[in-house]
Design a protein around this ligand. Structure first.
Ligand code: HH2
Length: 285
């Protein structure tokens, strides 16, 4: 399935239409400007570090940089608007000249609004633009929107990992969010969807969603972003701690692309880009 995704200054043609076309995906490098992120917590706190890490990811082949100022790992506490803005905005301004799309990972309408004014190319909301004011904050712009599925909040989600049919329920949720966005006048070309791996889901749920990325893409008719990098499901399958999940994460990324994902949110950009290059030579639709 072919998609066009508008992300602020950038437009992407994603996916393939014909059997025999090589599969590929955009790579979104994760830049956490938080002191408590689960896998690279605290390492890129200073602006200087954040800039050099972002430059490194671009040199490694990242198509997008996802700047996050609030950890959403299970059980994490939320931060104030002021705190989040003070982490995200300097990085956003400093990285505008990088020449790659800048995404801001936030669920706060106030942060979305400031990020859009500062020229963010995408808003990545793990909450699916459900907070009052979130849709208004992004409506009158050209920025891309990543709509993720999550039940409850990061603080409580693992207690609520109960589904009758996780794939169907994720699709219904995302369809409802897409309807809310388009009803507000937002063009579908700006939207991609994400099943939200690890957000209120067991290993079995995550595996079922991974196996059904193609169904999610077909039923919603939108590009799918997959974020499996270093997550606990990779750890559960491999028995590895977070710092030893690279190989498992690469396998997860390629599995997601094989199923139809066209955007990958990853920590290890160079390795993912290499894996995709090899994959592209043989992985066809
Ligand atoms: N996962 C995390 C954060 N944001 N956004 C999307 N669209 N999809 C995801 O799967 C996703 C996300 C959690 O990963 P990470 O950023 O590494 O951890 P933390 O939130 O603790 O910074």
């Amino acid at each position: 399935m072919r998609h066009f995704l508008q992300c602020g200054r950038f437009g992407y043609s994603l996916g393939a239409e014909h059997v025999g076309e090589p599969r590929s995906a955009l790579v979104m490098g994760i830049l956490n400007v938080t002191p408590d992120s689960f896998s690279d917590g605290g390492r890129y706190q200073t602006l200087e570090f954040a800039i050099s890490r972002a430059e490194e990811m671009v040199a490694d082949g990242a198509d997008m940089i996802d700047i996050g100022g609030e950890s959403t790992r299970p059980g994490s506490a939320s931060v104030s608007v002021e705190q989040e803005l003070s982490r995200v905005m300097p990085a956003l301004y400093a990285l505008r000249g990088l020449g790659k799309a800048l995404s801001v990972d936030t669920l706060k309408p106030e942060v979305m609004r400031e990020a859009v004014i500062a020229g963010a190319d995408m808003i990545n909301d793990v909450n699916g633009f459900r907070k009052p004011g979130a849709i208004d904050a992004v409506r009158d712009s050209e920025c891309g929107l990543c709509v993720m599925h999550m039940v409850a909040t990061p603080a409580t989600m693992q207690q609520q990992a109960v589904y009758q049919d996780v794939v169907a329920e994720v699709i219904v949720f995302l369809a409802e969010r897409i309807a809310a966005l388009t009803a507000a006048g937002i063009d579908r070309k700006r939207i991609c969807v994400d099943p939200g791996f690890g957000f209120g889901k067991t290993v079995a749920h995550n595996v079922a969603l991974l196996q059904n990325i193609g169904r999610i893409e077909r039923e919603l008719g939108l590009p799918v972003l997959a974020g499996l990098s270093r997550k606990s499901t990779i750890g559960a399958i491999t028995g590895r701690p977070v710092e030893q999940r690279l190989a498992g994460s690469l396998a997860g990324a390629l599995a997601a692309v094989a199923q139809g994902a066209t955007l990958l949110r990853v920590h290890d950009v160079a390795e993912t880009v290499d894996a995709l290059k090899v994959w592209q030579q043989v992985g066809t639709y």
